[in-house]
Design a protein around this ligand. Structure first.
Ligand SMILES: [Zn+2]
Length: 178
């Protein structure tokens, strides 16, 4: 490839990146707006939870796709600029994510929840995410949690994000450093 072609491609990629960044902002705003509307419209906790999951599945996937394209494009631009491509700050690779997901939620939860104990098949504790008198926070065999009181739920990464009030990359890093 001649350097003239390189410059032309660089131009195209940069323009595309601008468009994708705009798209990302637009999608983020749509999700925010939909979540707000849904919060107002939901009659009970369950319909709120259901609506939230519905939005995550539909809009969230589109947003994730755009973010993926942005990262790919960022790489291509760096290569064309002759720079050694570096991962964006806080980038979490798929193997890192998978490794973090392997951590036992029971072992992690034990650190935070002093009353965690096995009752029957599952581990239970008073929920750290809502005022809870009877243990509604439950850890299932598939390394996921669910709270029967506030419907909070997710993986070991989600647990760390919620309890440490941190981002996804931060939560993965916390887990990998355990
Ligand atoms: Zn709860």
């Amino acid at each position: 490839m001649t350097s003239k072609n390189n410059l032309k491609n660089l131009q195209i990629f940069k323009q595309k990146l601008v468009r994708l960044n705009k798209k990302e902002i637009k999608l983020t705003n749509i999700i925010k707006l939909k979540l707000e509307q849904m919060k107002k419209l939901s009659r009970d906790k369950f319909s709120y939870w259901f609506g939230r999951e519905w939005i995550k599945i539909n809009q969230g996937e589109k947003l994730a796709e755009v973010k993926k394209q942005i990262i790919k494009l960022y790489w291509k631009i760096k290569i064309l600029e002759g720079k050694k491509p570096k991962y964006p700050k806080n980038w979490i690779s798929e193997p890192e994510k998978q490794q973090a997901l392997q951590f036992s939620l029971i072992k992690i939860a034990e650190i935070y929840l002093k009353d965690l104990k096995k009752t029957g098949k599952y581990f239970r504790a008073c929920c750290p995410f809502h005022p809870d008198k009877n243990p509604s926070f439950t850890i299932f065999e598939d390394n996921h949690f669910y709270c029967f009181g506030c419907q909070e739920h997710g993986s070991v990464i989600n647990f760390i994000m919620k309890i440490e009030n941190c981002s996804f990359p931060k939560a993965v890093k916390i887990l990998l450093n355990y």
